[in-house]
Design a protein around this ligand. Structure first.
Ligand SMILES: CC(C)(COP(=O)(O)OP(=O)(O)OC[C@H]1O[C@@H](n2cnc3c(N)ncnc32)[C@H](O)[C@@H]1OP(=O)(O)O)[C@@H](O)C(=O)NCCC(=O)NCCS
Length: 157
């Protein structure tokens, strides 16, 4: 298993996580956004078949208003804080439940730590697709925004 930045050598059309919006974004948008510097996509591939995408996630930089966060964070941080946004994370249907989601989330957090070293970032901000997806991030310590439960914050620690 390798985790690498998305390139033209990866088979973006063959990916199916069971959610059309996540499949379509990878197939049609991810590369364009990467070329324009709008987001960066990372894929997990088997080392024996490196064109096959088993899972992916995409990161962008973001700023967040701390008034939307629980008091424990809002009280000790300025009003606007920098972070990294996990816009999308998806695992191919036949590979779900094999800890690939966990592996990619941990990989994303490593990149947040690297960005924090160079530019500052308080953590990872996630836009979950629905309540079920939000449950995955909560399992790893993410806290929901007060007014938008599908927006979550995973502090760097
Ligand atoms: C949600 C998703 C990313 C999880 O990835 P995965 O590889 O299937 O999950 P993992 O095998 O890494 O699971 C690790 C742990 O999280 C738990 N988990 C997985 N999905 C969960 C969910 N929706 N809610 C709560 N816990 C969840 C697993 O049970 C496992 O827990 P355990 O340690 O007690 O066994 C994946 O199933 C997926 O891509 N689903 C479709 C697309 C989607 O909804 N993406 C999220 C968009 S924001």
């Amino acid at each position: 298993m390798l985790i690498q930045a998305l390139t033209g050598n990866h088979n973006r059309q063959g990916f199916d996580c069971g959610r059309a919006e996540l499949n379509d974004w990878l197939a049609r948008i991810a590369s364009q956004h990467q070329h324009k510097g709008l987001s960066k996509t990372f894929v997990a591939v088997p080392d024996v078949a490196p064109a096959d995408i088993l899972a992916y996630y995409a990161l962008t930089l973001t700023e967040v208003d701390t008034r939307a966060l629980p008091d424990a964070y809002a009280k000790r941080l300025p009003r606007i804080i920098p972070g990294v946004r996990l816009g999308r994370l998806a695992v191919a249907r036949h590979h779900q439940g094999k800890r690939l989601g966990e592996l990619l989330l941990m990989d994303a957090m490593q990149r947040v730590r690297a960005i924090r070293e160079h530019a500052g970032a308080v953590g990872l901000f996630v836009d979950a697709l629905d309540a079920q997806a939000a449950g995955f991030y909560v399992r790893y310590g993410a806290v929901a925004f007060l007014d938008t439960p599908l927006k979550l914050f995973l502090p760097v620690c």
